[in-house]
Design a binder for this molecule. Sequence first.
Ligand code: AHG
Ligand code: MN
Ligand code: MN
Length: 368
Amino acid sequence: MMPAHWYPNLGTPGAVRIALVCPAAMSRAVSIGPTQESPIGTTLERHLLDRQRRMPEATGDFTGLFQQLSLAAKIIGSRVSKAGLSGILGRTGTTNVQGEQVQKLDDFANSVIVSTVEAGGHVCVMGSEEVEEPIQIPLQYPQGKYVLQFDPLDGSGNIDINASIGTIFSIHRRLTPDGEQGTLKDLLQPGSDIVAAGYVIYGSSNMLVYSTGDQVDGFTYDPGVGEFFLSHPKIRMPQRGGIYSINEGNYHKWEEGIRKWVDWIKAPSENKKAYSLRYIGAMVADLHRTLLRGGIFVYPADAKNKQGKLRLLYEASPMAFLVEAAGGTASDGQRRILTIEPEELHQRTPVFMGSPDDVADALRFAGS
Ligand code: AHG
Ligand code: MN
Ligand code: MN
């Protein structure tokens, strides 16, 4: 049955509160979602405004940027839910019945984010996985104080099979002087300087999960109301899980340490049960599960991808920021991902992320 706890307050006085305590979740060692108390009908917007009010120096720019991102997420989510239909239209020609260009979903998602955010006046430059160079803000718009990086559509190979996909983003403060157009310098900042990061998952329901570093909160989209509602406040990652997530088809391309770790993690022993394998092929979806249930997600370097496959600025850093804020660990095999100083926009990195004990086990093998 649909949980009622995140539904909006439909006529009930605003002071009424429901305890978001799930007894099944409390009795297990894993975090499976709501365990906190939260006012009924806490939308993403209200959550942001509440936090803004607690910071007297806040100008509203950050909240404004988030409103643009939330709008983009709604537009992309709406298109994703019609992806099959769009695909059919796309195969019949280059224009749809309205005479509009039919775009690939990741190009579409990229354009939606660029056009909603650039006009908001809160950012000075953007970096996108889909765009080779920094995305400048046209001079007719204000050049804002923030810098946005994003992967518009993560796991795009899943679109055609109706499996989960996502959008990943992170926000930094600008380094170049106020008022000017931002540059590459603004984009090449380490994850440790992220102001906020988040993702949207387009799954069995659509969710937006974000953090400003102190906690991680998840909001579920109610399409009937057209709002994201706080459904997963203060997500905490379990210390250890029971799932490993890696593309095991790459086994023969890995270094020996990774092969030994995978052999070990799926073998039962006196001290541990064999772990289950789950791999969706969309980092957002695999890490969303890892955040809620614990376990580990790994994309190591291999013979083909010598620096790893995942992008530092659009995938690894924002996710590392969320994982650490939820109590997990995020490493490239040698160091915290958040401490990597980026040298290129589309730089790649190996990734080991998840429950602290599980990541520690993997790193022990990887270093051997
Ligand atoms: P994207 O669709 O943005 O290019 O990202 C795909 C990424 C990531 O989401 C996923 O974890 C990984 O590629 C899957 O790669 P493999 O198919 O090599 O396992
Ligand atoms: Mn991606
Ligand atoms: Mn992508």
